[in-house]
Design a protein around this ligand. Structure first.
Ligand code: MOS
Length: 717
């Protein structure tokens, strides 16, 4: 029997299920006699519903009911995430007041999806419309907190005297950057299936937080959490879109109860833009100054983010951008602005994607001013202590990542001047940027059972969101118990399992695998010198409380509350994963078409559990970084505050032909301080910084500095 080890490349144990179509996603769940739902959503962004004419809808054969605020029943608001709740938005569905384009107005239930769709389209809603604010540059933006937060907000990071140092500095950059709204477009559409049996509700919905959904839904429906089970064995695209409870779930649950039948809802691609979280539009002012030798003397990062009218969702990437480089004088600030938009929320590396983009473009601009190689500028300001509180990094391989990636990329052959490299009609640009993602963890629990036949079963309520959770857990248990990976069965994605935290902030592998290892350790202790149990199976349950967390947070986890900590929130140290992103762009001298023929990244993120899965995640991140820089943006109509390109023909994402060569280099790293297994998160590392690397490469190719994302042909004409 070959024993699996943590760190051996292992094919996904659920791979066959996925590629053969046997993996069951929410809407695939076979259910006897289901009814089908279809949403009708708001066509205005601000105002009130004056009347809903349901007659034509109700006349469609097969229609069972039209649910609106008049008949859906009581839904409690439920706390939003910033108040330690589970909701992504506080905007109640099905109410006369309209806060954003795509707000749920009605749910039609019918015997077939076709009848439900037809009826939903026949609803006639009359609105009284007010002039909306679409975002930056529109009248009617307001600032100031909409909610009281559960805890007093952390002060914005600052140290020394930024203003004085910046004013006196020899070389300085003072620039503004902007990032676009981006929307989740997972392959699995937002789907919910609810079935009641007496007073027990079962919910099948793709989720990054089954336990949170259970408790949040109980709050919304005013029933006991014990009456609810949330099941999500597979998720067809998460990245933050399924981390918080959306308003659709409670509606489907109530409607199913009223109908006395299971009810299945699949939200359309276009409606998805109003349903789930999305990446907020942001603006930045970055000021950075250095000595002639390239030592940073002053750094200020001010961010502005667009949120909805009633919510204060904030990504606040200044926690990271103020701590990446050594600098004695640092200031930062984030302002939330309210517009007539749905509430934004998590999307892969929510803080770092926009904020590090701004910082890493500014650093590249500073290098150009200093006539310094951008890698050498970063080396001059590398530090093992973050500058705000002077806390040590547990490990930090930023410069080794740069050196490894630069070597693989051939950076030494780069001409320093913009427009200095050319191949026929194509201007060639080489750019790079730092990647960083905080190493976060949360308390987690797991149960492991080992039989005399040498088979193990692991139970933990974590989530398979494409991260390879099934395989990482099987590898961990196999490693700890001396089994082959195929002898480990993994049960996850169910709110009735021992609870695990929300799969967010790249915490899952570290949090869950350490809990699994602890349970296995307990089994080994019970076994003593024997390799396997002799009389019946042995079982162990373990709770893992990471450094900086409190034991009572395990009790909170049983109430659905994840306590994600670590990263830059520890009192005694900081912990993060690092990387360096390199890209070659080619810009056509006449058409300004931008291509990305080569991507190289090197990353160090502690113990790698499954290099095969990690490489896939890093590759996906690199591609998302390119997507951010050159493709993705939700267009918002300035007059109506409505989303314009709500389909995959107009919402651009890169395809294979856009990504020609890419390379992922993983550096070995041993950091037993972060946790016993030494695991840092990797899920959100590689897209961070890659967007800036592309922007920096476009400058190097063309000499044109575009300070917003995405960069399009028209920006270079
Ligand atoms: Mo992630 S955006 O923390 O799901």
């Amino acid at each position: 029997m070959t024993t699996t080890r943590i760190g051996m490349p292992t094919p996904r144990i659920d791979g066959r299920l996925k590629v053969t179509g046997s993996a069951r996603y929410a809407a695939d769940q076979p259910t006897p006699n289901p009814a089908y739902g279809w949403l009708h959503v708001s066509r205005i962004a601000r105002g009130r519903i004056v009347a809903i004419d349901e007659r034509a809808a109700r006349a469609v054969p097969g229609v069972l009911e039209v649910f609106t605020w008049r008949n859906i029943g009581a839904i409690q608001p439920g706390d939003i995430q910033s108040q330690k709740g589970f909701m992504g938005t506080s905007i109640a569905p099905m109410q006369p007041r309209i806060f954003h384009d795509g707000q749920i107005v009605a749910l039609v239930a019918a015997d077939t999806p076709e009848a439900a769709r037809e009826a939903a389209q026949r609803l006639v809603v009359r609105y009284a419309e007010d002039a909306p604010s679409a975002g930056f540059g529109s009248a009617g933006l307001t600032s100031g907190p909409a909610h009281k937060s559960a805890e007093p907000p952390e002060p914005d990071p600052q140290v020394g005297n930024f203003d004085g140092a910046f004013a006196r500095a020899a070389v300085a950059v003072d620039q503004h950057y902007a990032t676009s709204t981006q929307h989740h477009n997972p392959i699995e559409l937002f789907s919910t299936l609810c079935a009641w049996s007496a007073d027990r509700l079962t919910v099948w919905e793709g989720s990054q937080n089954v336990s949170g959904y259970k408790h949040g839904l109980a709050q919304q429906l005013g029933i006991a959490p014990e009456q609810i089970q949330v099941i999500s064995p597979f998720v067809g695209g998460a990245f933050g879109s399924r981390g918080s409870l959306t308003q659709r779930t409670a509606i489907v649950a109530l409607a199913a109860r009223r109908l006395g039948r299971p009810l299945k809802l699949e939200v359309t691609r276009a409606q998805g833009f109003g349903i789930a979280t999305y990446r907020a539009e942001t603006r930045h002012r970055v000021r950075v100054a250095a000595t002639p030798a390239g030592k940073l003397v002053a750094l200020s990062h001010e961010g502005e983010e667009i949120s909805s009218r009633p919510d204060d969702y904030k990504v606040s990437g200044i926690e990271t951008t103020t701590r990446l480089y050594a600098c004695p004088n640092v200031a930062s600030k984030v302002t939330i602005l309210h517009a007539d938009r749905n509430t934004p929320g998590f999307m892969r590396s929510p803080p770092e994607t926009p904020y590090l983009y701004a910082l890493e473009c500014a650093v590249d601009e500073l290098a150009w001013r200093l006539k310094m190689d951008p890698i050498e500028l970063r080396r001059a300001n590398d530090t093992m202590r973050e500058p705000i509180k002077g806390l040590p990094y547990t490990s930090r391989q930023l410069m080794p990542c740069f050196d490894a990636a630069a070597r693989a990329f051939g950076w030494s052959r780069r001409g320093a001047e913009p427009r200095s490299m050319r191949d026929g009609d194509w201007l060639i640009g080489w750019g790079c940027a730092s990647s960083i993602y905080p190493t976060q963890m949360a308390p987690a629990t797991a149960r492991v059972r080992l039989t005399p036949q040498g088979r193990a079963t692991v139970q933990t309520g974590t989530h398979e969101i494409g991260n390879g959770a099934y395989t990482a857990i099987a590898i961990t248990a196999a490693d700890q118990l001396g089994l082959a990976v195929e002898n480990v069965e993994v049960l996850i994605g169910d709110s009735e399992l021992p609870p695990a935290p929300v799969a967010g902030g790249s915490n899952s592998t570290a949090s869950v695998c350490n809990a699994v290892a602890k349970a296995c350790e307990e089994i080994r202790r019970k076994l003593g010198k024997q390799p396997l149990p002799t009389h019946g199976a042995i079982e162990a349950y373990a709770e893992n409380v990471p450094h900086g967390a409190k034991p009572e947070q395990v009790a909170a986890l049983y109430k659905g509350v994840s306590s994600i900590g670590g990263g830059f929130r520890l009192k005694d140290r900081v912990q993060a994963a690092f990387g360096a992103s390199f890209v070659e762009v080619r810009v056509h001298a006449r058409t300004c078409e931008i291509r990305t023929p080569r991507i190289v990244g090197a990353y160090a993120f502690g113990q790698v559990v499954n290099p095969k899965a990690a490489e896939s995640q890093l590759m996906g991140g690199q591609i998302w970084g390119v997507s951010c820089a050159l493709h993705e943006a939700t267009d918002v109509d300035r007059g109506s505050a409505r989303y314009v390109n709500t389909n995959l023909a107009d919402y651009l994402i890169p395809v294979n032909a856009d990504i020609e060569q890419h390379q992922v280099i993983i550096l070995p790293e041993s950091d037993r301080q972060v946790n016993p297994l030494g695991i840092k998160g990797v899920g959100e590392l590689a897209n961070v910084g890659m967007n800036a690397a592309v922007a920096n490469a476009v400058f190097h190719a063309t000499g044109v500095r575009v300070r917003h994302m995405p960069i399009r042909v028209e920006d270079l004409l």
